[in-house]
Design a binder for this molecule. Structure first.
Ligand code: SAH
Length: 227
């Protein structure tokens, strides 16, 4: 791949085509027959190659997860797309992400909503993501290092919550969701296939949930004492 902005844009557009085909193939599970134009636009804008290690840049627009160091991964682009789409985001929303990684999902959200808060448990990754997002001018994203299992009570409640590591459902997150809000999270035990699950809190505050898709995410760690 030639290392120019134009060629990256070309491969990014190809990636979006592949994702869109994937979305059609999985429509019977997800209920999503096509990504919203806003989500497609965000995927076309965010330079995923800036969120992977330099030596993996040539793979940045393949539809697969890649290692980002510290035993963690940048999520598969299709998964980022479908999770983002299922949240049905509005421009005025304030969104919480758990599991910043290198910051790719946060950047996609940043294009779509007013404010993004993102928590990463590995301090070196949190720092990397914060620097990276700032240098790319994603100025409406605030990253902090800490245990996302507890949410971010100081800035709650949130219109939407996206958890990008898989495990048990953190009760704090459900309580930090606004009435009318949605939360998407891979649910399941470590090592097992997880079930991507969409929670909805209605205006009366009652929760309902729907299993969307079998997935495999890195584990959601619980029990950090750094915050
Ligand atoms: N959102 C990322 C996905 C990164 S992988 C992307 O756009 O590609 C998931 C991340 O969740 C890892 O970096 C991992 O360190 C982090 N993580 C796991 N448990 C966590 C927790 N309890 N709180 C915050 N981050 C957590």
């Amino acid at each position: 791949m030639a290392d120019s902005a134009e060629s990256y844009r070309f491969y990014r557009a190809k990636m979006v085509e592949v994702i869109s085909e994937n979305v059609i193939e999985t429509a019977s599970y997800t209920g999503v027959t096509a990504l919203s134009p806003q989500v497609v636009n965000a995927l076309k804008l965010v330079p995923r190659h800036k969120f992977v290690p330099d030596e993996l840049r040539n793979y940045a627009y393949e539809n697969r997860p890649l290692p980002i160091g510290h035993g963690q991964t940048i999520s598969q682009p299709y998964i980022v797309a479908i999770m983002t789409d299922l949240l049905e985001l509005q421009p005025e929303y304030v969104v919480l992400e758990i599991g910043t990684g290198s910051g790719y999902q946060a950047a996609v959200l940043s294009v779509l909503v007013d404010k993004v808060y993102s928590i990463e448990i590995i301090p070196a990754l949190a720092q990397y993501a914060a620097d990276n997002l700032q240098s790319l001018n994603y100025n409406n994203v605030i990253v902090r290092s800490g245990d996302g299992y507890k949410g971010w009570p100081e800035v709650a409640p949130f219109d939407s919550i996206i958890v990008t590591a898989g495990g048990k459902v953190p009760p704090a997150l459900l309580s930090q969701l606004k009435p009318g809000g949605k939360m998407i999270i891979p649910v399941g035990n470590e090592g097992a296939v997880q079930s991507l699950t969409l929670f909805e809190k209605n205006v009366e505050g009652q929760l309902s949930q729907r299993q969307v898709l079998p997935v495999r995410f890195v584990p959601l760690v619980e029990g950090d004492n750094s915050n």
